[in-house]
Design a protein around this ligand. Structure first.
Ligand SMILES: *[C@@H]1O[C@H](CO)[C@@H](O)[C@H](O)[C@H]1NC(C)=O
Ligand SMILES: *[C@@H]1O[C@H](CO)[C@@H](O)[C@H](O)[C@H]1NC(C)=O
Length: 327
């Protein structure tokens, strides 16, 4: 009962905040697939639907699938409505992320939403991560449970990236903010990135540290993307010069989290964060400079589970390679 009431309160809180967050983003129209994106791999495992604005990517025995933005962007707002594969999905990973790993192999930047499938009866989990200038030695990941079933309906996942901050949103609720601090240095992503969406076999990593593999009896695993929003400073791929004027850059820089939104974010974080590198004292005996500690949040994270130390193995950079699922 308490759970129901608190879910309801959360819902009410969130639904009242959505309208205030809309101001900046709602004007951004979604792009038809062909105008903004291009298929990366997966042949027929990528399928366009209806108006060309909805795309299915799927994983089967042969392959996963993925697409990327045609342009590179330096800062902007990037968003998609995503519905995850239903039923048994252990080992399946759906990723919605920005990266420039193809351009800067050793010093790449990355901003991730990763969805980790699970065994039946246990929920999908969501992970966010941030890398800057090849900082792969420092994982800044967080994991969350959700207040809804992400396989039942579309939900909006968004990334705001400006010179000053990074904000991850779910359904317009900010769930994570990283403000740039001088001490972060190059760890704050600062080079143009492309936007990617992929589905792949994360058998050796995704579910309880690889304990549960993808079971292809349940294939194909289909993830649906729609309302794709790309709104950033596109950059010339050859000389990396931005076409944005200052006014446009200022628009991204001016995005902050309102008081109402911050309440919603705090509420989300003290209920749904299940892991944060900021609280992992074993891994980071000294906290990284951007971490600040919220005691209520910390309490929840510590209580959350023994999964804390199980999913840590990194699976870096293989996510949009061609070829079979087991990469
Ligand atoms: C959104 O669109 C309306 C109508 O075109 C416009 O007046 C307003 O300035 C826009 N808002 C932003 C933040 O761009
Ligand atoms: C990024 O890394 C490269 C290679 O380690 C280094 O030369 C460069 O100064 C770094 N850039 C920033 C902004 O820290």
């Amino acid at each position: 009962m308490a759970l129901i009431i608190s879910s309801l309160l959360l819902y009410l809180l969130f639904s009242t905040t959505v309208s205030c967050t809309g101001v900046f983003f709602e004007n951004y129209t979604s792009l038809p697939f062909d105008e903004g994106y291009t298929q990366l791999f997966g042949d027929n495992n990528l399928m366009l639907l209806r108006d060309g604005k909805t795309v299915h990517i799927s994983l089967d025995e042969k392959s996963g699938a993925g697409f990327a933005s045609q342009d590179l962007y330096l800062h902007g707002f990037f968003s998609a409505s995503i519905k995850l594969p239903s039923d048994y999905a252990a080992g399946v990973v759906v990723a919605f992320y920005m990266s420039n790993g193809d351009v800067f192999e050793k010093t790449h930047d990355e901003l991730d939403f990763e969805f980790l499938g699970n065994i039946r009866g246990r929920e999908w989990r969501v992970q966010t991560n941030i890398y800057g200038n090849g900082s792969t030695g420092v994982g800044r990941e967080e994991r969350y449970s959700l207040w809804f079933d992400p396989t039942e309906d579309f939900h909006r996942y968004s990334i705001l990236w400006s010179h000053q901050r990074i904000i991850f949103y779910i359904d317009n609720i900010p769930i994570r903010e990283m403000v740039r601090t001088p001490a972060m240095g190059g760890d704050f992503p600062s080079k143009p990135m492309s936007l990617y969406a992929t589905i792949w076999d994360g058998s050796n990593w995704a579910t309880l540290g690889g304990r549960y593999k993808v079971n292809y009896k349940y294939a194909p695993f289909v993830s649906e993307f729609s309302d794709l929003v790309l709104h950033g400073c596109a950059v010339d791929p050859t000389n990396h010069l931005s076409t944005c004027n200052n006014q446009e850059s200022d628009r991204y820089n001016s995005v902050t989290i309102s008081y109402q939104q911050r309440l919603a974010m705090n509420d989300f974080r003290k209920k749904y964060v299940t892991y944060s590198y900021c609280y992992d004292r074993e891994r980071y005996p000294t906290r990284t400079p951007e971490c600040s500690v919220d005691l209520r949040e910390a309490k929840h994270v510590y209580r959350s589970s023994g999964e804390r130390f199980m999913d840590r193995r990194r699976h870096h950079g293989k996510r949009h390679g061609r070829g079979s699922g087991g990469e």
